[in-house]
Design a protein around this ligand. Structure first.
Ligand SMILES: CC(C)(COP(=O)(O)OP(=O)(O)OC[C@H]1O[C@@H](n2cnc3c(N)ncnc32)[C@H](O)[C@@H]1OP(=O)(O)O)[C@@H](O)C(=O)NCCC(=O)NCCS
Length: 171
């Protein structure tokens, strides 16, 4: 299956709207109103300039079928990269996220190879009851460190019982 990552663009706003459903955001606090979605869209567009990470559209052929990101953040006093992913329902269960995840790991691996000061761990924090996302972490080679309380969305004060998965990045 042909899966590629494309840095977030103006045309990805429609994808963001398609991802903003009760089903897709079941483990992510539910759908957001349009104004919050637009703020999120602008933040994704600006991510590369800020050096904090990058949001990508997942392409299958020419079609946008999901999103995947890495983002630098502080976690319990340590700088880490955090990964997040979503695939539209018609494309789920076909290995899209697994392929996109490998592509993301390669991109973050290249950044780390160039920058000795970059974080050495890529983490994911799926809700403990998010079966597909936890299976994806395992499949991508992440190690389960244990459960934790994770604030999502960042800055919201809302805590989600999550698994802390970590993938070590080569030094
Ligand atoms: C998590 C998600 C991105 C996985 O995408 P996907 O393209 O369907 O995943 P893949 O087909 O690459 O499969 C990855 C793993 O998940 C497993 N999986 C996929 N769908 C599953 C399901 N409904 N139930 C249990 N496991 C499932 C696959 O079997 C595979 O594991 P395996 O290699 O051990 O067999 C997708 O389910 C999704 O977008 N969920 C909604 C948004 C979300 O919750 N994102 C995560 C936030 S942390």
């Amino acid at each position: 299956m042909d899966v590629r990552l494309q840095p977030w663009s103006e045309s990805a706003l429609d994808l963001l709207r398609q991802l903003n459903t009760p089903q897709m955001r079941h483990h992510l606090g539910g759908p957001e109103p349009e104004e919050k979605l637009l703020v999120r869209h602008r933040r994704y567009l600006a991510m590369p300039e800020t050096g904090s990470g990058c949001m990508f559209a997942i392409l299958h052929g020419d079609e946008m079928v999901g999103s995947i990101a890495y983002q630098r953040r502080d976690w319990q006093g340590e700088q880490i990269y955090e990964a997040g992913w979503s695939v539209l329902p018609p494309y789920q269960g076909r290995g899209v996220a697994a392929r996109a995840g490998l592509a993301l790991i390669a991109i973050v691996g290249e950044i780390v190879a160039r920058d000795p000061g970059a974080p050495r761990g890529l983490h994911a924090f799926p809700s403990v009851d998010n079966g597909p996302s936890n299976a994806l972490c395992r499949r991508l080679g992440f190690t389960l460190l244990g459960a934790c309380d994770f604030e999502y969305p960042a800055g919201s004060g809302i805590l989600m019982r999550s698994n802390n998965w970590r993938l070590g990045l080569p030094t």
